[in-house]
Design a protein. Sequence first.
Length: 297
Amino acid sequence: MSAFVMDPGWRVWHPSPAKPRFQVPPGAVDAHCHVFGPGDVFPYAPGRKYTPCDGGKEQLWRLRDHLGFARNVIVQATCHGADNRALLDAIAHSDGRARGVATVKRDVSDEELRRLHDGGVRGVRFNFVKRLVDRLDPDELSEIAARIAPLGWHIVLYFEAAELEELSDFFLALPTPLVIDHMGTPDVAQGAGSALFERFMAFMAAREDIWCKVTCPERLSKEGPPFYSDVIPFGRRVVEAFPDRVLWGTDWPHPNMRTHTPDEGQLVDFIPQIATTADLQRKLLVDNPMRLYWPDQ
């Protein structure tokens, strides 16, 4: 019997996603996904806020191939805390087709940072979403940022839209490139021309090394599947304003989804709605993630 039992009501990833109608360009990268355990091999963190279903590397590779992608960027899941073993194992078994974003603490050694780099890690994630993590210490984050900057890493930021006004100055002072999760989690009901989203667009424009993941319509939408039409104006606006600094990913296996189980085939078919030309699609799916995660290839 497994040592871990997933939370009641947890939505397990889709067992048979549709084949997308949209064919992604050769070399496309799923630039935001996760691996969960399996918990019997890579235990979940004692202080985690949730216990997920298992979703290991083998399932991720099958999804990658089914959707037509060539590579993955795996982001450390908060249920694993700062234990990056599942992440590193997945990268090590990817035949060079995966990179990673880790979680580290203030006491991480230089040797461990080098081990993570050699293992394919190219960034760290700072999560400010209160339901997922305890409050972060800005001084600790600044120390970590200074430590990873010489490695050429970036910082992935996950926050709620309403928090950007308070956090913006801190973010802009960080000494590494920044990658923003899920378009800054806008309030879709307010519209893509709202003051809240204008603040996010101004933040994106404040530095030329701020990137944005135009991901997770399934989390943001009030309308829901299969089209997530109410999210399209947000994604399209970001892609067209910052075509060389956008990324896309599935978010598999979709941690903490409450409303429905996403079909990744439908998520792929969302892409041409926000990146409306072949040139924009290639930048979003190939050129940009390769420049950020595989700059030597």
